[in-house]
Write a protein that binds this ligand. Sequence first.
Ligand code: GDP
Ligand code: MG
Length: 168
Amino acid sequence: SNDYRVVVFGAGGVGKSSLVLRFVKGTFRESYIPTIEDTYRQVISCDKSICTLQITDTTGSHQFPAMQRLSISKGHAFILVYSITSKQSLEELKPIFEQICQIKGDVESIPIMLVGNKIDETSGREVDTSDGEALSKRWKCAFMETSAKTNHNVKELFQELLNLEKRR
Ligand code: GDP
Ligand code: MG
């Protein structure tokens, strides 16, 4: 099927909603509005056909455990977001990754993108690019740094996730 479910995880405030809204609506807001859980649909061209991306923007690491398990079971691909301004936010992804492994089994066959967001905040950087890269190697997943604010690598992030899916 050409329907493709992507789930976005990460600590509160790292920019999950901002990345999704930037991609789906082309907008950015400075204010922080905590998310319950929202799903967006976006039609995207891939190869010579079109796909429908169904993007679930989660609340973050304080999601209800049952909801988190359900999102993982239903997801085809995962975006794991931290902020380059917070080492803690990178740490908070580890239990989420472990749960994806538990539920999905063979994670090497599942498209997962580790994303370091807020690269426009150069003076506040706490996580080096090489740290993100190293973790992605350990997890055998893809890696990208983005800015929802300046629209850096946002389209590319979702496009690359689709490319990973096709290479499975
Ligand atoms: P979420 O809790 O992960 O969904 O985070 P939000 O998308 O709500 O963003 C949290 C805060 O970070 C908001 O104030 C956003 O404006 C800000 N933010 C999100 N992405 C970026 C970014 O790429 N750069 C900067 N400087 N701020 C961002
Ligand atoms: Mg949010």
